[in-house]
Write a protein that binds this ligand. Sequence first.
Ligand code: LMR
Length: 420
Amino acid sequence: MCPYWRLLFRARFSYGPFIMFEHLPQYAGDPIFGLNDAFHQNAHPQKINLTIGLYYDDAGRIPVLPSVAAVERRLVDDPSPRVYLPMEGLAPYRSAVQKVVFGADSQVVAQGKVATIQTLGGTGALKVGADFLKTAYPDSEVWISDPAWDNHHAIFGGAGFQTRSYPYYDPATKGLAFDAMMSCLRGLPSRAIVLLHPCCHNPTGVDLSREQWGEVIAVLQERGLIPFLDIAYQGMGDGMEEDAYAVRAMAQAGLTVLVANSFSKNLSVYGERCGGLSVVCGSSTEADLVLGQLKAVVRRIYSSAPWHGGHVVSGVLNDAALHGQWLEEVAAMRVRMAQTRTLVHEQLSVKLPGYDADYFIRQRGMFTYSGLLHEQLLALRERHGVYIIDSGRIAVPGLNTHNVGHFTDALADVIGESAR
Ligand code: LMR
């Protein structure tokens, strides 16, 4: 029976509520959140969760940063009414975003050329940016790295854009396919939107060098492209300032650039949904106009950003002592991840001689791209309780000094088996 007749038949002969949505497809689930859920169902005694971009400490706990806890205590001791924030978010939060992302001495910020709003995490920033761009450049296409963080295609596709992929990762070297990437960018039409990760590329952990950024910037300028930078892991690669290099270089080069930033990871406030969207404009007048458009987008999606997360982040970033403390807390996370990478590398060179595990120490940030095959990933899950998403992306912070031995044993088992 065709769906239309089936609906009519059900409506006529059933007594329950009218069935309106049965024609919709089943949601396939999210490749990251779905496997994270599956991990929590698994009863394996040594299971390891390497699915999702969450930072865990060496004891396997998601930390509440002491700097964040200090602000939360103040908010409890001296409570304020939970009013609606303005559509653009909390003013001191927005200026803190600008300092973190563009630097305390940024010229474009001083000149009033940056329109910044508080957003619902980095994902919310991408969504507001996507809707804004769809109004300004409805016919542009959005170019996303291959491989991509899956949600990039979903967010821009959901905003009505045609999304496409540019080459980024070379499986043969487990490094950057820079020449292929550049030749693709050189062929893009003016006003094409190019999504880039300034640091800690998700999913590969493969980043551009400063020289390579210089070449990308030149092409963006020559072709009149619109860069949209997604910086969700600032501080997790080489340092808070170092990781923002590409953002600042583009702003300094005079490019119009959108920047989505997130505090989920570097402040460990995932569920508070704290991020920012900044648009670097050609003048302060244009920035005012853009700010108005961003507010209009926010109003029609969710009206305003959360009060609590906004005050927590603003409280840490605008207090000199807490800000300094926070930088140390981020450094500790970064150092632990780098040490873990080294540990894996050392153990694999003993347990899997001949296997090139250098990518573990070459790739940066929270993720490493393993190139593990589908059957190896299944064997890791089923035999060893080691959960890695289907692309082979490993979330490094799920590893620690207590479970790294089990992880490298498991890898040696499945990789060794494929080699036999
Ligand atoms: C990830 O990539 O694992 C994180 O950014 C979480 C998410 O939203 O996908």
